[in-house]
Design a protein around this ligand. Structure first.
Ligand code: GUN
Ligand code: FE
Length: 458
């Protein structure tokens, strides 16, 4: 493994700092500090390039022709315990899926040995798929959630982790529920302490997250106390928001307002909040989310199974909301951000075109201007996720963490096929986004530490 802390890399590749705008750099020199942050980025024609190169003699890593450096991916919504059911249990609606498949599986994490085995497999697979930052829901269990933090620290993955809070006896089964509101709050506080004082976490690679599962699973007293705790501890917050008709309707009935308004009243919407899904949010909800500076985890693949609606992504981006992508393992049957970028593009196109072949083209859709292309999808999976989390990740800019992946477009076992005379500039990135698979991900660095390397890559 080739750590880059205190070294520099000369690489060609892509990044984006604004939705829709791609920066293609060739033979750029990126210097990385001892703390994993980017010290400088120089292009060959820029002043200082030759000096930086000279300065790093003997500490310079170069990528071979056909390799492209991309920022590592940010996954804004992962249910870590659901990995064993990835690619199954997709035959019923959300409210049935939770009770029939998901709560029984999550309850198994009372077993620490099972938790360790499952979490290690997940974290290793996500890293190998290019996910360098993940925002995780764990389970209600204190011990298993600590194990997830340990595993992320061992593997070197940047992670934000929440012990899931579920204390509402009306919606949560006896076998998988916090013992009481007090117990849930104490356990959340204990986990925050454990992660922040972990001896291997002095640089804060792993962060704690206040995690009410969603409004239906929590009592009002607990939601209110969690809002206060998040402020007091200055923690990230994550929850589900207006995901499906059933869930959205449940909150309207119980609280008389939408999820967004209700969460806001409980003090749960802030700059460090990430709302998963948010498919059914209104224009007024978007204004509230914008005002609070909260982020949205767009989960296009999962939404196809559980939401019966397409998230109004373009409207959210136009309003300036902070949006990134979430795989929603295992509501979405893929842990790959590549798959989710493609899904984000597909569903945005379907929203624009409409889907009913029995209607004429003029009647088929009431939407226009909603589609996105690979450029916006790439933004969501990288810089957009970083902005939503308010972390310096997702782009190759001074002061940002060197979280990066190398795409080997020449990998025989991979699925990218470039043609020198056809594929140049941004089209290379387009082909990477549409056709890359795990064998194409040759190397992965997080905070300048190399954490994964394909055996095929020299
Ligand atoms: N809403 C509450 N819990 C869940 C979950 O585990 N997955 C999804 N997709 N939605 C939820
Ligand atoms: Fe989810």
């Amino acid at each position: 493994m080739d750590h880059l802390r205190g070294k520099a890399i000369i690489a060609s590749g892509f990044h984006t700092t604004r939705p829709g705008e791609i920066d293609f750099f060739q033979n750029a020199l990126i210097a990385v500090g001892n703390d994993g942050a980017i010290l400088s980025v120089h292009r060959p024609h820029e002043k200082g390039y030759a000096e930086e190169k000279e300065k790093h003699t003997g500490r310079l890593v170069s990528l071979p022709h056909g390799s492209y450096l991309l920022p590592g991916f940010v996954d804004l919504h992962v249910h870590a315990p659901q990995y064993p059911q990835l690619g199954s249990a997709l035959d019923v609606p959300l409210e049935v899926w939770l009770q029939k498949y998901t709560f029984p599986l999550e309850a198994r994490y009372a077993d620490a040995a099972f938790a360790r085995r499952s979490y290690r497999l997940l974290v290793d697979d996500l890293i190998a798929n290019g996910t360098t930052t993940a925002l995780y829901f764990a389970t209600i269990h204190q011990e298993a959630t600590r194990i997830l933090a340990d595993v992320c620290l061992e593997a070197g993955q940047r992670a934000l982790i929440g012990k899931v809070v579920m204390d509402n006896a009306d919606q949560c089964p006896d076998y998988y529920r916090d013992a009481s509101s007090d117990a849930a709050l104490r356990s959340t506080g204990d986990l925050i302490g454990y992660i922040r004082s972990h001896p291997d976490n002095t640089a804060g690679l792993v962060k704690p997250v206040v995690t009410p599962r969603f409004i239906p699973s929590c009592t009002d007293a607990t939601l209110e106390a969690l809002g206060a705790l998040a402020k007091q501890c200055d923690c990230h917050v994550q929850t589900h928001c207006s995901e499906s008709d059933w869930e959205h309707g449940y909150v309207l009935e119980r609280h008389g307002v939408t999820d967004t308004e209700s969460l806001d009243r409980f003090g749960l919407l802030g700059r460090h909040t990430v709302l998963a899904h948010s498919n059914l949010i209104s224009a007024a909800n978007m204004d509230t989310i914008r005002w609070r500076g909260s982020g949205i985890a767009h989960c296009p693949l999962s939404n196809a199974y559980f939401s019966s609606a397409v998230f109004p992504l373009k409207a959210a981006l136009k309003k300036g909301l902070h949006v990134g992508l979430g795989t929603d393992i295992s509501g979405g049957p893929s842990g790959s951000l590549f798959d989710n970028m493609r899904s984000a593009i597909f569903v945005a196109r379907l929203l624009e075109s409409g889907v009913d072949p029995n209607l004429g083209p003029a009647e088929r859709s009431r939407h226009s201007g909603t589609w996105i292309d690979f450029r916006e999808a790439f933004y969501l999976a990288t810089a957009g996720g970083g902005v939503a989390l308010d972390l310096p990740v997702g782009q190759f800019s001074k002061g940002y963490q060197f979280d990066a992946i190398v795409i080997d477009t020449a990998s025989q076992r991979g699925t990218i096929r470039l043609w020198d005379d056809l594929d140049q500039g941004e089209n290379i990135l387009q082909k990477i986004i549409y056709t890359a698979s795990r064998p194409n991900i040759a190397r992965v660095w997080i905070g300048g530490r190399e954490v994964s390397r394909s055996p095929d890559f020299n």
